[in-house]
Design a protein around this ligand. Structure first.
Ligand code: NAP
Length: 311
C-alpha cells in the first residue's frame, strides 16, 4: 500500500492546529482535515482572556486565524472535508473523506466535543428561533431582550457574562445550589447587576407561537413550576466527545478517549488530543499543549516506521 501523507490530523481546533504546526516544522508531510472553519470551540469565545501570553483579550476568531496562519506558514496542507471512515491495515491508516481517501503512517484525532442538548419540549422546534447554543454567535439578536441561560459550568458563566453586555435582563438557572464553574467566573456572575441567578431550577419546556415567548421553569428543591416570559434561551450544559470514527479506541466513563502521557491511544499510531481526550481540565492552552506532545510523539512514531529513528 502506498502512503500519501506522514501525518493526518482530523479536526482543526486548538489541538489540531498546534499539532499541525509542530509536525510540519519537524518536516513531516501533514494533512489537516476540517469540516467547518479552523478554530473549533474557540470560535464561540467572545473574549479570550486566559491564554498565556495574551494580556489583552482577543476574540476566539482572531485566535483561530492566528493559529491557522502559523500552521500555513510552516507548510501545513488543509483539506476542508468530512471524514467518513478511519481504518488501519498493515501499519497504514486509511482516512476516507468526502473529498477522497488518504493513507498515512499516523493519525491524530482532535475532533473535539459537541454541545449537549437538554431534550425538553420546544428545544428542537425553536432552535434558531430563540434557542441557541452560542451566545457570541446569536447574542446580538437579543439586544435589550429577556434571555435565559441554562447551565452551571464555565461555559454558562462565560456566555451569561457576554450576554449581560447586550441586555440587563439575563436570568441564569442551574439545577444545583451553587455553580460548577471556576470560582472567579462564578463570582463575576453573582456580582453582575444585569444577571439574576436562580439556583435549584431547571428548564421544563420552551413555548411560543413562531419564536420563543416563554419558558416553564421547575424548582428542584420543592414542588413548584412557573412560567417566565423569555425571548431567548441559551443552553450550555456540557458537551459530548466526537469519537464516532474510532469505536475501538479505549474511552473513559464519559466517553472521552483515554491516552497515555504521549497522547497515544490503545491503537498504535493513533493519537488523541484536545477536548476529545480524557483530561481533568478542558482549556485552549491544554489542547494546544496536548497537540504539541502528540505531534512530537507522532514524529518519533513515523521515524521508527520509516527506519529513521535516532535510537
Ligand atoms: P461542564 O463543565 O460539564 O458544565 C455543564 C453544566 O451543565 C454543569 O453545571 C451541569 O450540572 C449542567 N448540566 C448538565 N446536564 C444538565 C441537564 N440535563 N440539565 C441541567 N443542567 C445540566 O460544561 P461546560 O461549561 O460546557 O465546560 C466544558 C469544559 O470546557 C470544562 O472543562 C470547562 O472548564 C471548559 N471551559 C472553560 C472556559 C474558561 O476557562 N473560560 C469556558 C468554557 C468552557 P452539574 O454541575 O449538576 O453537573
Amino acid at each position: 500500500m502506498e502512503v500519501d501523507r506522514d501525518f493526518i490530523i482530523i479536526g482543526a481546533g486548538a489541538a489540531g492546529l498546534s499539532a499541525a504546526q509542530y509536525a510540519a516544522r519537524a518536516n513531516l508531510n501533514v494533512l489537516l482535515i476540517e469540516e467547518m472553519a479552523p478554530g473549533g470551540q474557540s470560535l464561540i469565545i467572545d473574549k479570550l482572556e486566559n491564554y498565556p501570553g495574551f494580556p489583552e483579550p482577543v476574540t476566539g476568531a482572531e485566535f483561530a486565524q492566528r493559529l491557522e496562519r502559523q500552521a500555513k506558514n510552516f507548510g501545513v496542507e488543509f483539506l476542508y472535508a468530512s471524514v467518513t471512515g478511519l481504518s488501519k491495515k498493515d501499519d497504514l491508516f486509511e482516512v476516507e473523506t468526502t473529498r477522497g481517501t488518504y493513507k498515512s503512517y499516523t493519525v491524530l484525532l482532535s475532533t473535539g466535543a459537541k454541545h449537549r442538548k437538554l431534550g425538553v419540549p420546544g428545544e428542537n422546534e425553536f432552535h434558531g428561533r430563540g434557542v441557541s447554543y452560542c451566545a457570541t454567535c446569536d447574542g446580538p439578536f437579543f439586544k435589550n431582550k429577556r434571555v435565559l441561560v441554562v447551565g452551571g459550568g464555565d461555559a454558562a458563566c462565560d456566555e451569561a457574562s457576554f450576554l449581560s453586555n447586550l441586555t440587563d435582563r439575563v436570568i441564569v438557572i442551574h439545577r444545583r445550589d451553587r455553580f460548577r464553574a471556576q470560582k472567579a467566573l462564578a463570582e463575576r456572575i453573582l456580582k453582575n447587576p444585569h444577571i439574576e441567578v436562580r439556583f435549584n431550577t431547571t428548564l421544563s419546556e420552551i413555548m411560543g407561537e413562531n419564536k420563543v415567548e416563554k419558558v416553564l421553569l421547575s424548582r428542584t428543591d420543592r414542588e413548584e413550576q412557573y412560567e417566565e416570559e423569555i425571548d431567548g434561551v441559551f443552553i450550555f450544559i456540557g458537551s459530548d466527545p466526537q469519537t464516532a470514527l474510532v469505536p475501538e479506541a479505549e474511552k473513559d466513563e464519559g466517553g472521552y478517549i483515554v491516552t497515555n502521557q504521549r497522547m497515544e491511544t490503545n491503537i498504535p499510531g493513533l493519537f488523541a488530543a484536545g477536548d476529545v481526550r480524557s483530561t481533568p481540565f478542558r482549556q485552549l492552552v491544554v489542547a494546544a499543549g496536548e497537540g504539541a506532545v502528540a505531534s512530537h510523539c507522532a514524529v518519533q512514531y513515523v521515524d521508527i516506521l520509516k527506519g529513521e529513528a535516532y535510537i
